[in-house]
Structures are given as C-alpha cells and as structure tokens.
Design a protein around this ligand. Structure first.
Ligand code: ASP
Length: 354
C-alpha cells in the first residue's frame, strides 16, 4: 500500500480520509485495446476540484495495486479495517472509492468487522470514469465526502455506519445490492429506507440511522474471517448431482440456499434428503430469497417447511451479499455451530428487519 497524502485543503475541524481501492471511478481507456484500466489516483483528484470548496482537511490513501473490484478478496477487507482502525483518531470520517461490482459485498463485510463504530465509513464509486463527460463519479464523491464529514450540533457524526452513497442516495451497506449494470441508479436497498437523500440539501433519515450505544468503548475490529461458504441457487432443472456437489462438498462449512419467493425450494425427496444429510454433516444452511425484496418465511408453504425441518436457518430479509459476509464473520469468530446459528437469526448490524 502507498500512503499518498495530497495537499491539505483549508484546515478545519472536519477531516476525511479518502481511500482509493480501484474501480471504474478511477479508470481510463487503454488506447491500445479500448478496455478500461485503473490509473493513478492523483489524476482523479484533479478532476474533482469542487472538493476544495468544503473547507475540509482531506487526505488520501491509495492501495497498491489498485484493482477492478471483481478481484476483491477478503484480504482487502482486512486491510481496509486495519487502515481505518489505525487512522481512526485522525479523521472524522472515511470515504472508500471502490468498484461497483462487489461494493455491496465489501460494505456488508466491513459492517460486521467493526464494533462500536462512531464515525462514517462511506463507500462510493461510479458507472462512468470521473474523466468522462456525464460522469456520475463527481456527484458521488462529493456527496460521500459531505456525508462523511457531517456532524450534529454536539460534534457527533450524523451517520456513524458503513454505507454506500450512490446516485444521491445513502444506503446502509449491509442492506444494499447492485441492481443496475449500466444505469446511474446502480444500488438499491430494497428492504430498508435510505439513511439520507441528497437534494438541494442532504436530508438525513435519523430515525433509521444506527448510533452506537457505547460511544466510549473504542473501536474494535474483527479480522478473522472464515470463507468456507458456498451458494446454491435453486432453479428449475437443477440436477441432483449439482445439489449434492454444493451441499455435501468438503470445501464448505456453510451453504447459502438462494431459494424461491418466501424461502421455498424443490419438494422432491432427493432434494430434501440431501439437505438433511448436509445438516447431519454439520453444515450451516442459510435460507436467502432470490427475490429482491420481502423475506423468508419457511412456515408458509410445505416446500419451505420441509427445509426448516431439515435444519435450514432463515435469513429473513437479508441480502445474499450480507448473508455471505455475516457467515464469514461469524464462522471466523465462533467455533460452535449452535452459537453461529443463533447469531444468524439475530439482527447484529441492522442487516435484517428483526
Ligand atoms: N468492474 C468495475 C469494478 O467493479 C465496475 C465499476 O467500478 O463500476 O471495479
């Protein structure tokens, strides 16, 4: 990693650390093959001179190498958490520039990795590079920085959460999902309202923002992540062998079942038997709906009920991204499956409506 501190703008009480990991926001076209490739972050700052107008102290930190977020690994999340912990007392808020493809995964992961968070950690990126006409990147960075620096009259952060700021909306990170591959409205939070909306002014939805109950406790980070998780998306025509491979394979300790509607899967006996066998083998089975909104309720239909009876845990209205991150975090920090299953059912960081 490179510490690349650029000029302090006008000194002020508020300060933001901009952390650049890569993504379209900082890419430019390779003249040889026309593909988008990452470029040096300092050029990106030249493109957003408006940031100076806030009168904030803004420093930046550039990861080396900078990456397309399709290459994000949990090691990046650990580096981000350690960097923020290390710089926590020096800044009022943090903005992470990140590719959109896996932004919801990274934001979900960080939400579980921080304990007693009292400062904003705002992810943003863009669909068009900042250097392009009509870019959405400038607006996204400017709004993210303003929100990261925002405080109430007592000097407390207005949004002390891990969030995604995109297209004038601020979403809780572990409720967000990428919904559009090309439009500027790339993220939604289908099961939880936006925490803020940027119009002429930025309006904060304070009833929905989570504030740490123990502000004196000091930031703690959890960097042990166990990634032995697979995802099985059920679909018409899925073969017994494919289900067997994913549910019973030795590579995973937990499997997310991406099911239909309110948590329904195939009622055929071979499917239910494999689920039961996986449960007996000690696999943690977590039911997440394929639907964009609404939640899992395994008591409505017989097909859902048979999953519940086979030992599957309800994901309620969690996103797949958040389910994966929650499992990585819980399995990395608890050994006992009963405890992990109990915590999966609980609302830990505002990731489920429960
Ligand atoms: N492939 C890019 C990435 O996720 C897309 C983007 O940034 O929007 O890094």
């Amino acid at each position: 990693m490179n510490l690349n501190i650029f000029k302090d703008f006008i000194p002020s009480a508020s300060s933001v650390l901009l952390i650049y990991t890569g993504g379209t926001i900082g890419m430019k076209e390779d003249p040889n093959d026309g593909t988008l490739k990452p470029f040096d972050f300092s050029s990106l700052l030249d493109e957003v001179p408006e940031l100076r107008k806030f009168g904030l102290r803004i420093n930046s930190y550039t990861f080396d190498p900078i990456i397309d977020s399709s290459d994000v690994e949990p090691t990046l999340w650990v580096s981000l958490a350690e960097l923020i912990k290390d710089k926590y007392d020096d800044y009022d808020g943090f903005v992470i520039l990140h590719g959109t493809d896996t932004m919801a995964y990274s934001a979900s992961a960080l939400s579980f990795m921080f304990e007693h968070l009292t400062k904003p950690i705002i992810f943003t990126g863009s669909q068009l590079p900042v250097g392009r006409p009509r870019t959405d990147g400038k607006e996204n960075i400017i709004a993210a920085v303003e929100i990261a620096a925002a405080k109430d009259s007592n000097g407390e952060a207005l949004v002390p959460e891990v969030c995604i700021c995109f297209n004038s909306q601020l979403y809780r990170g572990n409720r967000s999902t990428k919904v559009n591959a090309t439009g500027f409205d790339a993220f939604h939070s289908p099961n939880y309202p936006p925490l803020a909306v940027a119009g002429i002014n930025i309006k904060y939805n304070q009833n929905f923002i989570h504030y740490s109950s123990d502000k004196e406790a000091g930031l703690v980070i959890h960097t042990d992540l166990d990634t032995r998780v697979s995802i099985l998306k059920v679909h018409p025509g899925i073969t017994e062998q494919a289900v067997r491979d994913i549910l019973l394979g030795d590579g995973s300790k937990a499997v997310i079942l991406e099911t239909y509607g309110s948590g329904n899967a195939i009622s055929k006996s071979w499917f239910v038997e494999i689920v039961k066998e996986a449960n007996k083998k000690g696999k943690i089975l977590f039911n997440v709906t394929q639907c964009l909104s609404g939640d899992v309720d395994m008591d409505i239909y017989a097909t859902g009920r048979s999953l519940k009876e086979a030992g599957v845990i309800s994901g309620h209205d969690i996103t797949t991204e958040s389910a994966l991150a929650k499992l990585f975090y819980l399995m990395g920090n608890y050994q006992d499956n009963t405890k992990i299953k109990q915590l999966l059912e609980m609302n830990l960081k505002g990731e489920i409506s429960k």
